[in-house]
Design a protein around this ligand. Sequence first.
Ligand SMILES: Cc1cc2nc3c(=O)[nH]c(=O)nc-3n(C[C@H](O)[C@H](O)[C@H](O)COP(=O)(O)OP(=O)(O)OC[C@H]3O[C@@H](n4cnc5c(N)ncnc54)[C@H](O)[C@@H]3O)c2cc1C
Length: 549
Amino acid sequence: MVTTHEVFNQPAPLVDTNLFAANRAMQAALAFNAPALDTAPLHVLGAVVGSGEMQTHARLANVHTPQLKTHNRFGQRIDQVEFHPSYHALMTEAVGAGLHGTAFSPEQQATGHAHQLRAAGFMLFTELEPSILCPISMSYAVAPALKDNPAIHADWAPGLTSRAYDPALKVWRDKAGLTMGMGLTEKQGGSDVRANTTRAEPAGTDGWGQRFSVTGHKWFFSAPMCDAFLILAQTASGLSCLFLPRVLSDGSLNQIFIQRLKDKLGNKANASSEVEFVGASAWLVGEEGRGIPQILAMGTMTRLDCALGTSGLMRQALSIALNHTSQRKAFGKTLIDQPLMKNVLADLALESEAATALALRLARSFDRASDPHEQVMTRLLTPVAKFWICKRGSHFAQEAMECLGGNGYVEEGGEGIMARIYREMPLNSIWEGAGNIMAIDLLRALRKADAAAALAHELAPARGMHPALDRLAAQLPIRVEEMASEMEARRLAQDVALAVQGSLLAQTAPTAVFSAFCDSRIGGAWGHSFGSLGAGVDFDAILERAMPH
Ligand SMILES: Cc1cc2nc3c(=O)[nH]c(=O)nc-3n(C[C@H](O)[C@H](O)[C@H](O)COP(=O)(O)OP(=O)(O)OC[C@H]3O[C@@H](n4cnc5c(N)ncnc54)[C@H](O)[C@@H]3O)c2cc1C
């Protein structure tokens, strides 16, 4: 090839940075919520997940997607999913960092901030690769639920909290580490799991308690190579929660048949399957007929992860946009110095910091589960954070992608990460309870708890710091008491989210960030797109804080 031109004005990619050291918003949120937390493990993880080597694994795991092998060459069913080695490299790091069930180990529990450490690690890991975090998140969520069957918990908890990743299809007792998934959604209903038709017939008792024979299907069954699943099925007493291992204790394969893998918009490295059960063996967890409350307890934890995950993706998209625009020139200036680009980037930075603050505040409530105020906050802020942060994610990703111009839309190379982020974003909003379901869940939470007083208490530290926030904080308890109708539930969820975010930023962020957030999102000095902050904003201070270097 003849060289026709010199390549210039193409930015160097963001690589080999420590994602924790570069994230001032996360550091501030942790210092506020968990001042005694030793952040050394996050510095270590931040370097790993920001490394070029791991970025290559993330790219390869998304390009070489999981393949379903239903049969072996002799025609026998094997129902296995094959992954690229890079998938296993990512899983090894995530499990090694203890992002799955490790927070429930006695050593981690003794620290008093196991969930916050894990939440920050989960957010950082999302910046590397979010889709492999699906089985990681499900393993986190099921670990405490298994306590409702103490015999299974005794056998499985050590494997679920172990930092060893062991992908082999083997009986649980021969494995160094275990992962678990969740099977709720059927063809006829996902949000409304009461429509489940999968049946479970009694099949005796053994060391793990009441055994059932399960027949039916699951329409979405992610990470089907997990070692076991908690599923919902109908018994004579109603919808019940059952423990379904892939390999039975005698070493034989359980009767779980993977029909096909989903062809998804994004989330490519993760396998999501459709399965059928034909007399599969499963054991009761908790009370028969009480499956829905049991599954809801797990949903609270996976919903936290949706908020954390989207906050991590926002931070990643912002960092890439800042890295690009601070190197690329157009019309005689670096893009970041063009006034309107400054406005777009600063606006994204506010959104990212507010998401980080809310997600990590929610994580704090999981560490203080014995405190009555924190119990209300878990119940209240889980649907609020899941709804609002995830709802903002897709819009955010589109705008961050646009900062890169055409390069942002291209799949290839380092900058192609933007396309991956964009395709991933809608997922956190859909699964584990889509937007409407979250907003309606907030109404349910408000009905039960002493919510108005708890919300007022939560917002009190920021009183007097911004007139618009004061006005919103004064109205909200009244709106909560009066109880919004379902028709107004999204608006209420949005306003609770903004008030809590504003109040948190008052306590964790510099004045430039706090006032611009409240002026725009709460005071109305804002348009309908990012990049419409008012003229009085201290753009440089906001950008300086957000820079990933
Ligand atoms: C990639 C991927 C992986 C998944 N993995 C798993 C998995 O491993 N295990 C699992 O169990 N599930 C899994 N799911 C399923 C997911 O949790 C469901 O798709 C989700 O809960 C929504 O259920 P649904 O698809 O049946 O939609 P529906 O329940 O039909 O909802 C459709 C829409 O209607 C809205 N809606 C529902 N009820 C109301 C109402 N009362 N008022 C107003 N609006 C309402 C919802 O908000 C949603 O927007 C996965 C999904 C995806 C996309």
